[in-house]
Write a protein of this length. Structure first.
Length: 230
């Protein structure tokens, strides 16, 4: 927090400083459509969510793409050949894994008949989608790990070759914000896995005591997060 953010000579200062901010924003914006809990009122589901968008899945894919843009901005603006090469490799991996990620997202959308994350959760009241489509759930989880650059998909940084990849010129909180975005993204994909395939807030006695829903959701999210870290 106290270290100086040094800007390399010849770097594009505005883009260089904006890249780590955009990386964090891309992750935080995803939480706008993630429902934490819900309950039935007058025959309708009332969910605790910032915005129940009817195109929630498309919104998630669009906003997460900003993270790739932030990486490209950071590597290109650093005026460093190694950072630029790291950006090429990172962008190539992220774009390649987004294709199967999108394909796996089609499964819960088709099963629920909606792109709203709230509707997808309510469609799992009887049975979780991981039971109906285990391959899609596994594919989503693996490609999500690749998107955040966790092992064995950690070619984004390639520490043994080019020190840090696209953020080699960043120090202080510029470097810190890139890693904040990475760790937040790991927790975010865990929450999305819980919502899309593990029934979200549904669990025993949640109809009688709706507040239990948020504990079920957080429990499933932390369980998936430990799987990501492992």
């Amino acid at each position: 927090l106290s270290k100086e953010l040094i800007i390399p000579a010849g770097a594009d200062k505005v883009v260089f400083l904006a890249a780590p901010v955009l990386a964090v924003m891309a992750v935080l914006l995803i939480w706008e459509v993630i429902p934490f809990m819900g309950y039935e009122e007058a025959g309708e589901t009332v969910a605790m969510v910032a915005a129940n968008l009817n195109v929630g899945v498309i919104y998630f894919m669009a906003v997460s793409g900003l993270g790739t843009l932030a990486i490209m901005m950071g590597g290109w603006s650093s005026n460093n050949k190694y950072a630029l090469l790291g950006t090429f490799r990172t962008a190539a991996q992220l774009l390649s894994y987004e294709v199967p990620l999108l394909m796996s997202l089609l499964v819960p959308v088709m099963l629920a008949g909606s792109m709203s994350l709230v509707d997808i959760v309510t469609a799992q009241e009887g049975a979780w989608f991981v039971l109906a489509a285990p391959v899609a759930a596994l594919l989503f989880f693996i490609t999500s790990i690749a998107e955040i650059g966790r092992a064995p998909f950690d070619l984004l940084e390639a520490e043994s070759e080019i020190v840090a990849g696209f953020h080699v010129e960043y120090g202080g909180m510029g470097f810190g914000m890139f890693f904040l975005a990475e760790f937040l993204h790991a927790f975010t994909i865990s929450a999305l896995t819980a919502v899309l395939f593990l029934g979200g807030w549904y669990g025993p006695f949640v109809e009688q005591v709706p507040i239990l829903g948020i504990f079920y959701f957080l429990g499933k999210t932390f369980l998936m997060y430990f799987a990501v870290v492992w």
